[in-house]
Design a protein around this ligand. Structure first.
Ligand SMILES: [Zn+2]
Length: 137
């Protein structure tokens, strides 16, 4: 059994995934109301403004919440090791659902940073714990 292909990104999704392929995590700010907007859109969800500025995140944030997902014994899952899915609050003020890598003891509030991994045709942001010297005091 093979994994079904990802649908091809279009519009703002294409902008997001093209940036991710360059190891950039993008979001938007609204020129009209100043709100932070994520995921990328054509119209601000807060004020309806159509002037949204594309920005690069530093890729640093903290774990808002998480769950550890165990995978069934099924041919669909080549890798059966548990995976940690987390809601990450980025320092720029948006929240992203992503996989946590290289983490054994995840905690709410844990400082993390984005890393990018090619996966089929798309590059996706993952997060890993930030090095201790980079954690906030
Ligand atoms: Zn707005």
């Amino acid at each position: 059994m093979t994994t079904p292909p990802n649908p091809a990104p279009r519009g703002e999704e294409r902008v997001y995934f093209d940036a991710a392929a360059e190891n950039r995590l993008t979001y938007q700010t609204c020129d009209r109301c100043g709100s932070t907007v994520f995921y990328l859109r054509a119209v601000c969800p807060h004020c309806g403004g159509e002037s949204l500025r594309l920005r690069d995140s530093a890729g640093r944030g903290t774990v808002y919440s998480y769950t550890v997902q165990h995978r069934a014994s099924h041919p669909y899952f080549a890798d059966r090791s548990p995976m940690t899915l987390a809601l990450v609050d980025l320092d720029e003020g948006f929240r992203l659902l992503a996989t946590l890598d290289d983490v054994d003891d995840v905690t709410v509030g844990m400082p993390v940073e984005a890393v990018f991994r090619p996966q089929d045709e798309l590059t996706l942001p993952y997060f890993r714990p930030r090095a201790r010297e980079e954690q906030p005091k």
